[in-house]
Ligand binder design. Structure first.
Ligand SMILES: C[S@@+](CC[C@H](N)C(=O)[O-])C[C@H]1O[C@@H](n2cnc3c(N)ncnc32)[C@H](O)[C@@H]1O
Length: 338
């Protein structure tokens, strides 16, 4: 089995804390809406946590190991840039050019996320040309035990967009990659919720038939069987997505946070890979797109980010929703020895 090596690679994992120790590091500063204290009937509150990802994920482990149904992360891509909002630094993605340091940082994150993921859960990792290839090998190693039960790698989704310029030295880089991994073969996936209708226009080698009521079906023979589909049925989408636009400068959805992703992209992932009331985690929530979409789709959520601006933007976005489920704002204190 191929394995990725880098200088200083270690599989050492942060020590597990007791539930009490971990809970003591999560300091609640606010419950929203005010006075919505947990009751025995509705003990769950969504969580918005300010903290560094290792501190947050280790603090969540005693309570949520094996409990998260869907994880989406859009971490720093190792762009070598600072991302600003006006003069305010949103976050730095510089790493002093040290790829080894970045890979160890990402590997530690992915190991922790693997432990939090439910046995039937899904992980989506959003990156681009800079580190996707390393990350895929890394994820294959982390999910190796899952592969035997046909979990592990499921898809490399290409999100193709048109924004940005085009240089003359090479083909224009116009896509991000979202790696999709599962812990087992038994995971939630609803291609029919997000697919296009098959429709009435010919698009491949399928045979078109129309009955006396004008209803159209499409059929194809394969391995001695005939498969027939109504024109109203939905096709599982392919792994290349060109129908979701990048957020343009003047897009009404934009809230000013650099690297904000479109809600339609996250909505597609959540609809396909989670059920209402299931638990969604994003530990690099940035402008808050994941918790907002989770809220709108009736999923429970935990969102975290180390940046003050990210937490303020996410909070404001949630409070601007016409309706939102109660959530608590927490600050995560560094784990001992960090
Ligand atoms: C690419 S942005 C996420 C954008 C987000 N998906 C959105 O649509 O707005 C990456 C985020 O990771 C956060 N971040 C970077 N390093 C972090 C760390 N070590 N722990 C927690 N958050 C971190 C940054 O503050 C930034 O908000």
């Amino acid at each position: 089995m191929a394995e990725l090596q880098w200088r200083g690679k270690t599989r050492d994992q942060p020590e597990r804390e007791s539930r009490e120790e971990a809970l003591a590091r999560l300091c609640t500063s606010e419950i929203l809406p005010a006075l919505s204290l947990p009751t025995p009937e509705s003990a769950w509150h969504n969580r918005l946590i300010r903290g560094e990802r290792q501190d947050v994920l280790t603090a969540l482990l005693p309570e949520f190991a094996g409990q998260i149904n869907l994880i989406y992360i859009d971490p720093p891509f190792m762009t070598g840039r600072d991302f600003k909002q006006g003069t305010h630094l949103a976050y730095s993605d510089k790493w002093q050019g040290d790829l080894d340091a970045y890979l160890q940082w990402l590997a530690t994150t992915l190991h922790l996320l693997y432990q939090l993921l439910a046995d039937d859960g899904s992980l989506y990792v959003h990156l681009d040309w800079r580190v996707t290839h390393y990350t895929r090998v890394m994820l294959d190693e982390i999910f190796r035990s899952s592969e035997r039960g046909q979990g592990g790698f499921q898809n490399e989704i290409i999100w193709h967009y048109q924004s940005g310029g085009r240089g003359s030295q090479r083909y224009a880089r116009k896509h991000d990659t979202i790696l999709f991994y599962t812990k087992s073969a038994h995971y939630c996936f609803h291609g029919e919720r997000i697919g296009e209708k098959r429709g009435t226009h010919k698009r491949n080698h399928m045979r078109k038939q129309e009955n006396e009521h004008g209803q159209i079906t499409w059929s194809i023979n394969s391995h001695g069987r005939t498969y027939t589909y109504s024109s109203e049925s939905r096709m599982t989408p392919s792994d290349v997505w060109s129908d979701i636009s990048h957020l343009h400068q003047r897009d009404p959805e934009r809230n000013g946070y650099a690297t904000q992703k479109p809600a339609a992209l996250i909505e597609r992932l959540l609809l396909a890979s989670s059920e209402p009331q299931q638990l969604v985690l994003d530990c690099f929530c940035g402008s808050g797109v994941t918790p907002v979409v989770a809220e709108q789709l009736g999923r429970r959520w935990i969102a975290a980010d180390q940046g003050e601006l990210a937490i303020a933007t996410t909070r404001a976005r949630l409070l601007a929703l016409p309706q939102y489920s109660p959530f608590i704002s927490q600050t995560c204190v560094a784990a001992p020895g960090r």
